[in-house]
Design a protein around this ligand. Structure first.
Ligand code: HEM
Length: 476
């Protein structure tokens, strides 16, 4: 029947489903963690479910992570999986609209632009934006939506640091609406279907054109005024970047890369910050610990934050890491399989045109890798670092006080691994740690009605539902 997908010989087991065409979309969508755990128990680390007629081969555990992240270019493609979602948002000539070798060059440009020298300049900017933002929480104590706050704040800090102060200065007016419309087109349905005639996609397309022009006009203006001393990514992309074949990065490509960075960094960082603050609110004694750490590093809570100081805040780091372990914002990492693909160590062969996906939250929250895996315990990383140092040769030191495994075999991969690994990690840590550092100086926090929010899995990035907190100001 065309409605049911028939299992091929040797392909991984297919999760049974009762509604043709839709397949397992409904049961999976309601509580994906429960769904994947259930079938992992039943079938092991590899099984397929059908999502609107597509074969989604789920690859779990550190072994499954490795299979997806280290898949060879000829076997599995990120661009084939992400194109329909991202190209209309980011634009042509960048990221998943180009051959992987071009993306690799573009990632190198951005990585070089996020130099330590530039990151150093971002700390006072983030500190100031955070203080200004939270000055609006001006009662002695009140109830607030913490995710709304982090989303509003992070677009301010990220645009000031990365996109430039011209963009930041337009955030209260034109730019916010353009971002809103573009973001409205960045949703899972566009992964499943190409060119859907949705009203939100029409707004997305208009917003893309507006944002490109917005950035390109600033580039032109800077050139006319001879401005060359900025620390943002726009400055770096438009002055320093040349492909290996000698061609300079065009302004249009620079604008599209900036849009891609904005979209890649915004929800990932704002939800991570929100979850981190929620976990802290669930263990309010950690606020004192964090302040103690800052006093040790900076001398007092009145000293300005610095890049070198932020680097030394290990507990702050571990709070972010533990939040990323329990709530990795990118839920599933997907590739499209380009040819029949055997899974090493099994008898399975994945049919061409299937999708393979890694679900990071499953290995992050598995007892096999993390003791009391469901508990938020930032101090687990102290031992973990020690253990990892002894057994993992692929560690990368970003200079943030913690070592990050670059091996795709690690059970902890919130930033991915392999050729598609995130280049925003150092910036993300710096930004989130600085915001938390300012926040704990200003406030104490508790969960509203002692309730820890559930996950909303229907959005691109897993968000907290009704994330209400009760703050108390420390400074008046
Ligand atoms: C890739 C997570 C912040 C830019 C990735 C991937 C993950 C990830 C899991 C791999 C995707 C895949 O393999 O399919 C995160 C998290 C963030 C974060 C958890 C924050 C907490 C950022 C920021 C930027 C950024 C701030 C930009 C400044 C990118 C880029 C890629 C990437 C350019 C490469 C895509 C590719 O090569 O296919 N990120 N990211 N990310 N991220 Fe991030």
């Amino acid at each position: 029947s065309i409605l049911y997908v028939k299992r091929k010989q040797n392909e991984p087991p297919i999760v049974p489903y009762w509604i043709p065409v839709i397949g397992s979309a409904i049961t999976m969508g309601m509580d994906p963690i429960k769904f994947y755990r259930k079938y992992q128990q039943e079938y092991g680390n590899y099984f397929t479910f059908i999502l609107l007629g597509k074969r989604m081969v789920t690859c779990l555990g550190s072994e499954g992570n490795n299979f997806v992240f280290n898949a060879k270019l000829a076997n599995a493609s990120a661009e084939a999986a992400y194109k329909s979602l991202t190209v209309p948002v980011f634009g042509k000539g960048v990221v998943y609209d180009v051959h992987n070798s071009v993306l690799m060059e573009q990632k190198k440009f951005v990585k070089a632009g996020l130099s330590n020298e530039n990151l150093r300049a971002y700390v006072p900017m983030i500190e100031m934006e955070t203080k200004n933002y939270f000055s609006r929480w001006n009662k002695q104590s009140d109830i607030q939506d913490v995710h709304k706050a982090t989303a509003e704040l992070i677009i301010m800090t990220a645009s000031k640091c990365l996109l430039g102060e011209e963009v930041r200065s337009k955030l209260d007016e034109s730019f916010a609406q353009i971002f809103h419309d573009l973001d409205g087109g960045f949703k899972p349905v566009n992964f499943l279907f190409e060119d859907l005639p949705l009203p939100s996609n029409k707004l997305r397309d208009q917003a893309h054109v507006k944002m490109r022009h917005f950035f390109m006009d600033i580039m032109k203006d800077r050139r006319e005024k001879g401005i060359t001393d900025r620390t943002d990514i726009m400055q770096y992309l438009t002055t320093h970047c040349q492909y290996k074949d000698g061609r300079k990065l065009s302004d249009e490509e620079s604008a599209h890369i900036m849009i891609a960075m904005l979209m890649a960094g915004q929800h990932t960082s704002s939800t991570t910050t929100a979850w981190a603050l929620l976990y802290l609110a669930s263990q309010p004694n950690l606020f004192n610990e964090l302040r103690k750490e800052q006093i040790e590093v900076f001398g007092s809570l009145d000293e300005p934050l610095t890049f070198d100081g932020i680097k030394k805040l290990t507990l702050h780091d571990n709070v972010v890491r533990e939040s990323l372990r329990l709530r990795p914002p990118i839920f599933n990492v997907i590739r499209k399989v380009l040819r029949d693909l055997p899974i090493p160590g099994t008898q399975y062969v994945i049919p061409k045109d299937s999708y393979i996906q890694s679900i990071l939250a499953i290995s992050h929250r598995s007892e096999g890798y993390f003791e009391n895996a469901e508990t938020f315990n930032p101090n687990r990383w102290v031992d973990f670092d020690q253990n990892v140092k002894e057994r993992d040769d692929d560690l990368v030191d970003y200079g943030f006080g913690v070592l990050h495994s670059a091996s795709a075999k690690s059970p902890f991969l919130p930033f991915g691994a392999g050729r598609h690994r995130c280049i925003g990690e150092p910036f993300a840590y710096l930004q989130i740690k600085t915001i938390i550092a300012v926040f704990v100086r200003m406030f104490d926090l508790e969960l509203y009605k002692n309730k820890f929010p559930e996950c909303d899995f229907t959005t691109m990035i897993v968000q907290p539902k009704d994330p209400l907190v009760q703050y108390t100001r420390r400074d008046n």
